[in-house]
Design a protein around this ligand. Structure first.
Ligand SMILES: Cc1cc2nc3c(=O)[nH]c(=O)nc-3n(C[C@H](O)[C@H](O)[C@H](O)COP(=O)(O)OP(=O)(O)OC[C@H]3O[C@@H](n4cnc5c(N)ncnc54)[C@H](O)[C@@H]3O)c2cc1C
Length: 287
């Protein structure tokens, strides 16, 4: 079995160590998928952008998630964004090949009872309005792909839904953005954001390697909009808990399944998360 990528941690070597500039247009704090993508597109828009990551690019949630690029089950307001996002992922995949690992393998939700099937049926109308290929699957069809499935009576599937490989996609996109001009420093924590007259005027940062020589990046109007949003936001928001990802496993999925089984992917990795238990942590940084 070929294993693609692997967990990213602080034991990985630093790949990006640009010197923080004295002045730039935008400072991005955090090198997860949100920061890296924002950096890519703002750099392409011609801005001088610098990204500070306190650890390693994608070493936190952005390399631990399931990697779904999913249209199915979305709120109707989100669907056009997801359909567009899938097209953007496809373009990234064409440019970066195996690193993005995009596979249009479909996403399927399973149902244990008729009430769930009825909810899936309702969502079909939304799918149709947006031209998606979503359809219901029955027990016989499930049996063909998941023999001995216990408890599931059917499901909802969207064959055009995709999955990318978080372990490799985010670092590869960061490398592409870097090559296009995005400044990136790993091991570089933003410590304080300086504000004057309602505008962000500086981001103080420090590196683990050289904590005695903290620096500041300045710039007119930098990250002003983001900061204003944060100040007006409620004091607490809910963030979902972590998922876990790990290497190959043979015993977890042997052709039988129920709603608590971890699923093995064809590359030998598996993704594990509880079905209906989420830890909601109300913290300001979840905003
Ligand atoms: C169980 C689960 C499953 C999921 N599955 C999917 C899925 O299938 N598909 C999907 O699209 N999404 C999924 N998500 C959501 C997705 O993982 C997150 O939305 C996404 O990773 C968030 O990215 P981010 O860049 O905002 O945050 P993160 O990946 O957490 O990145 C934030 C970065 O900021 C850095 N940082 C923090 N403070 C500082 C500082 N002061 N200075 C410098 N750097 C700092 C951190 O080190 C970190 O690297 C899932 C989430 C969970 C919990």
């Amino acid at each position: 079995m070929t294993r693609i990528g692997g967990p990213i941690s602080l034991t990985d070597p630093v790949r990006f160590s640009d010197d923080p500039p004295r002045v730039c247009d935008v400072v991005i704090i955090g090198g997860g998928i949100a920061g890296v993508m924002t950096g890519l597109y703002l750099t392409r828009a011609g801005l001088r952008v610098f990204l500070c990551e306190k650890g390693r690019i994608a070493a936190e949630q952005s390399s631990r998630n399931w990697g779904w690029v999913r249209q199915q089950g979305r709120d109707p307001a989100e669907l056009p964004i997801m359909i567009r996002s899938l097209r953007l992922w496809e373009r990234l995949d064409q440019g970066l090949g195996a690193h993005v690992g995009l596979v249009r393998g479909g996403v399927t939700y399973l149902a244990e009872d008729e009430a769930t099937m009825a909810r899936y049926q309702d969502w079909l109308a939304i799918a149709r309005d947006h031209g998606l290929d979503t359809r219901l699957v029955d027990r016989a069809e499930l049996d063909a792909v998941l023999p001995n499935a216990s408890g599931w009576i059917g499901g909802l599937t969207t064959p055009s839904d995709a999955r990318a490989e978080p372990w490799t996609a985010v670092p590869a996109i960061a490398a592409m953005a870097h090559a296009e001009g995005l400044g990136i420093a790993e091991n570089c924590a933003a410590r304080t954001v300086e504000v004057a007259n309602g505008a962000v005027t500086g981001v103080h940062h420090g590196t683990r390697a050289d904590p005695g020589r903290p620096g500041v990046i300045g710039g007119q109007g930098m990250v002003r909009a983001v900061w204003r949003e944060c100040r007006n936001a409620p004091a607490a928001a809910c963030g979902a808990g972590d998922s876990g990802r790990d290497g190959p496993t043979a015993a977890d999925f042997e052709g039988a399944a129920d709603s608590n089984s971890p699923f093995a992917a064809k590359d030998g990795n598996y993704t594990l998360a509880p079905k209906s238990n989420m830890m909601l942590v109300p913290t300001p940084c979840a905003i």
